[in-house]
Design a binder for this molecule. Structure first.
Ligand code: ATP
Ligand code: MG
Length: 564
């Protein structure tokens, strides 16, 4: 598998992808009366992830673009793995992404009766039979890609016997695992999926929608294509692994003589440093490697939302990667680039010091407080300004001071002058250390009262601008510094003797206390900020009045120092 590296500034955005080309050709040929009807068909057996977002954006997006409709359909054919919790979360996530299925919320389980009739129809056409082999025997007798399968001894049961047995299966007369309904196709078919696939199995588990009405459930393969057909989906867009299923879906459509949707496959989205399989995501949650489905390190939509991602940034990402026909892996930094781009436009700026160093401004009057003006968003002046208090004792970032600086260090060092953002020019005069450990305890500076607002009084230049908070006015904020969950670029490509969990990043979450400007004391959950020079941060749901908790959404690419 290859990783795509993108030149972010040089991506095609107006060219048509291959699915759009197919659809436009169909419209031109007046296929299905020129209409476009797509669907997003999740199985409610987990939370949606960024890969699903890609599929949602694609399906709803195409419908919108071609004046068509897009259904939401839950392919809820396996009551053992499914849950109402997943249904609710899926709906919430699609809405959050900004899509609307209106009144077209469907369930495969709505069609259980029709699907059952379809199965009887196949039996009546001698195209399906009840097989008493165990699931194990069935899979053994399927053969391999190079050897033919073995026909089941039950394959030639009469129509009457099959109908009777199938009805009794439905009535609950048989134990789970004792028999299944299989299609009668060809046990030596080169496509393994065509070797008398299972259509129905007995599962004596209540279904979250149909309760105990059914004790036989259709296999996904017997439900999915037929549901598309029932809903008259014109373009059934799915991921590449369904290419081999197409032959089977076509066989069902032909034998059942029903509407034939057109299946179009595209490549699944994979991301570097990320696992995307639902099974693995569930394991990460269940084994507590992360704190729930919405842990900000998860690639789930709710995790990304909690992390601070916006729907716009996810759509921008989806747009940039386009639709591929070949499997590939996208560099996760492209996703980070997109959220940075969007947050740069919308996030208000604030100042917070993550690793504080005390600074005393010795020539600033004691007990004096000034309210200085700070711009909320230089990208959007309509966002206005706010006041931030300034006083004699402040905190700066420990990294912004070096006692013996290397060349080209333009921040604070003895004798060097820097600008305090929105405040004053200051110059370091003294370094106060712990006499035993030698650790720097605080530094002393003088300020130039004529440089108020950070403006040069006489044209003299300072090379560095640093952020700060006033020691007596700042508030304490909990900061959760998230990093990539995996250290390996391809955590799903596991080496011998390893498990993907071996590649977990032990430092993917660091929790620290920061000092933040007082305007951050009371923030609404999910509000996003740029902490100047540090990164983008989003108020977590654990935030309480006066006790903000911020998740780091993404680091800043450039600091001011490099820009200036
Ligand atoms: P499962 O193994 O449970 O089938 P799934 O990832 O296919 O998992 P579904 O709920 O069946 O999950 O997916 C719903 C839709 O989202 C399908 O149309 C599927 O093709 C699409 N989809 C799932 N994963 C991705 C992905 N990584 N990239 C693009 N589309 C995806
Ligand atoms: Mg699936």
């Amino acid at each position: 598998m290859e990783t795509e590296k993108f030149d972010n500034n040089n991506l095609p955005s107006n060219s048509k992808n291959f699915i759009e080309q197919i659809i436009e050709e169909d419209i031109k040929n007046n296929k299905n009366g020129g209409s476009v009807h797509t669907r997003f068909p999740p199985e409610p057996n987990g939370y949606l992830h960024i890969g699903h977002a890609k599929s949602i954006i694609l399906n709803f997006g195409l419908a919108k673009k071609y004046n068509g409709l897009c259904n939401l359909r839950f392919d809820d054919t396996n009551p053992v793995k499914e849950d109402i919790e997943y249904i609710d979360s899926i709906k919430e996530d699609i809405k959050w992404l900004g899509f609307d299925w209106e009144d077209r919320e469907y369930y495969a389980s709505d069609y259980f009766e029709i699907l059952y009739e379809y199965a009887e129809k196949l039996i009546k056409k001698e195209k399906a039979y009840v097989c008493d082999l165990s699931p194990d025997e069935i899979s053994k007798q399927r053969g391999t890609v190079t050897t033919k399968g073995i026909e089941s001894p039950y394959r030639n049961r009469s129509i009457e016997e099959n109908l009777d047995l199938f009805r009794r299966m439905r009535n609950g007369e048989f134990e789970e695992g004792s028999c299944v309904l299989r299609a009668k196709i060809d046990m030596s078919h080169p496509n393994m999926l065509m070797r008398d696939p299972i259509l129905y199995r007995i599962i004596k588990t209540s279904h979250h929608r149909t309760g105990d009405k059914w004790c036989i459930y259709p296999m996904y393969d017997f439900a999915h294509g037929q549901c598309d057909s029932i809903e008259r989906i014109t373009h059934s867009i799915c991921t590449l692994e369904f290419e081999v299923h197409k032959q089977l879906y076509d066989w069902f459509v032909k034998e059942l003589e029903i509407f034939a949707p057109q299946q179009i496959e595209f490549a699944r989205l994979n991301l570097t440093y990320t696992v995307m399989s639902k099974r693995k995501l569930l394991e990460l949650v269940e084994n507590k490697y992360v704190n729930g489905w919405d842990d900000p390190r998860m690639p789930t939509i709710c995790g990304l939302r909690r992390r601070g991602y916006t729907p716009e940034s996810i759509k921008m990402f989806s747009d940039k990667i386009g639709v591929a026909r070949r499997d590939n892996t996208i560099d996760v930094s492209l996703l980070e680039f997109c959220v940075r781009e969007h947050l740069n436009k919308i996030a208000e700026r604030r100042m917070a010091v993550l690793n504080p160093l005390k600074v005393v401004i010795t020539n600033y009057p004691d007990n004096h407080i000034e309210e200085l003006d700070a711009v909320n968003n230089p990208e959007d002046f309509e966002k206005g300004t706010r006041k931030i208090p300034f006083s004699r004792v402040i905190y700066i970032e420990r990294d912004d001071f070096i006692e013996n600086p290397p060349q080209h260090f333009f921040r604070l060092s003895p004798g060097n002058e820097v600008r305090l953002r929105y405040a004053y020019f200051i110059k370091c005069t003294d370094v106060i250390k712990d006499p035993t450990t030698g650790e720097i305890k605080e530094i002393h500076c003088t300020y130039d009262p004529a440089s108020k607002g950070g403006n040069s009084p006489d044209g003299r230049k300072v090379k560095g601008t640093i952020h700060w908070v006033s020691a007596n006015h700042c508030i304490e904020a909990e900061i959760r510094l998230y990093d990539r969950l995996f250290l390996s670029e391809f955590p799903e490509q596991v080496e011998e003797g390893h498990n993907y969990t071996d590649y977990l990043n032990p430092d993917s979450l660091k929790i620290i206390k920061a000092f933040a400007e007082p305007s951050l004391a009371n923030v609404d959950i999910n509000t996003r900020f740029q902490f100047e020079r540090i990164g983008y941060f989003t108020a977590d749901k654990d935030t309480m009045p006066g006790k903000p908790v911020f998740n780091r959404t993404v680091t800043l690419k450039d600091s001011w120092i490099r820009k200036k």
